[in-house]
Ligand binder design. Structure first.
Ligand SMILES: NC(=O)c1ccc[n+]([C@@H]2O[C@H](COP(=O)([O-])OP(=O)(O)OC[C@H]3O[C@@H](n4cnc5c(N)ncnc54)[C@H](O)[C@@H]3O)[C@@H](O)[C@H]2O)c1
Length: 277
């Protein structure tokens, strides 16, 4: 049984999606949770809901594009709860805020903003959290990456490069601070059915994800959160420097995977894809 009694956790981008699911599980398993998010209304609503359930949570307005905000969020956790044990570097900058493109259409401003929001932010979270974790005798960092770190997405060039950088950074932190009893890992989701994803992605795109996923379901935020929580727990005490892919098998198959191969041969493939309705 995973327990986080007397542990303090901070989750960036913790007001919605994967981060909100992680924050709730941390709190339910006994941690005091700080939600560091740019969306004050959603974060406050989640903190209120957690407190109504008798759980320990607080919110600090944080834009991970701003170094001072990240530093202040960590300081808030330490001053409110007396220390920091877990950092879930989860916030990423959505495309609506940081447009992305193929390289020939890329501007330096686009590139920098996406790298700032998805990679520099993760480095800064580690930078400000690690001294407090050392003081505590150890800690765990879990970074949220993306399948884009492992396979080309074509027009998410900067995002994919940033997430691939997260994998390298994860290893660097793991090796540099292992002797301080600080572990650092990444969880690597494929497509996740967040509220934002359901609201913004056309049904045809969701269906395409389902068709391309060997497992007969797509991830809910809780399915990624449970992996982040495991990596943050003592149950994962021998795991560090790793990027754990959780994509339902999407990247494990050849492009001409069996359904398409059988269709090309004119054969039936009777296993249906996930129902995403
Ligand atoms: N949803 C997916 O399919 C998917 C797939 C792979 C990776 N990811 C990664 O998972 C992480 C979480 O994504 P999600 O899908 O749960 O997102 P989401 O949109 O559901 O929630 C993101 C949260 O982050 C907050 N946020 C956005 N910009 C911020 C900023 N500058 N500073 C602080 N908070 C900010 C939002 O307010 C929101 O509460 C991201 O790093 C994303 O790249 C998501």
């Amino acid at each position: 049984m995973i327990r986080f009694k007397d542990k303090v956790a901070i989750v960036t981008g913790g007001a919605a999606g994967i981060g909100a699911a992680t924050a709730r599980i941390f709190a339910e398993l006994g941690a005091a949770v700080v939600i560091a998010d740019v969306d004050a209304a959603a974060a406050s609503a989640l903190v209120d809901a957690l407190r109504r359930d008798g759980l320990d949570a607080s919110f600090v307005l944080t834009d991970v594009l701003v170094e001072e905000d990240i530093k202040a969020a960590i300081e808030h956790a330490v001053s409110t709860y007396g220390g920091l044990d877990i950092l879930h570097n989860n916030a990423g900058i959505p495309r609506t805020r940081a447009p992305d493109a193929e390289v020939s259409d890329m501007t330096v401003d686009m590139w920098r903003m996406t790298l700032d929001g998805n990679l520099t932010s993760v480095m800064l979270g580690c930078k400000y959290a690690i001294p407090h974790m050392r003081r505590r005798g150890g800690g765990a960092i879990v970074n949220t990456s993306s399948g884009g770190a492992l396979a080309a997405t074509v027009d998410l060039t900067a995002y994919s490069a940033a997430k691939a950088g997260v994998h390298a950074l994860t290893r660097e932190v793991a090796v540099a601070y292992g002797r301080d009893n600080i572990r650092c890992n990444a969880v690597v989701p494929g497509a996740v059915l967040t509220a934002r994803g359901r609201a913004t992605l056309p049904p045809e795109v969701l269906q395409m994800f389902a068709d391309e996923t060997p497992l007969p379901y797509l991830a809910e935020p809780e399915d990624i959160a449970s992996i982040a929580v495991f990596l943050a727990s003592d149950h994962a005490k021998m795991i560090t420097g790793q990027a754990i892919l959780a994509d339902g098998g999407m990247l494990s198959k050849l492009p001409y995977w069996s359904s398409k191969l059988r269709a090309a041969r004119g054969e039936e493939f009777d296993r249906s894809a996930a129902d995403i309705s």
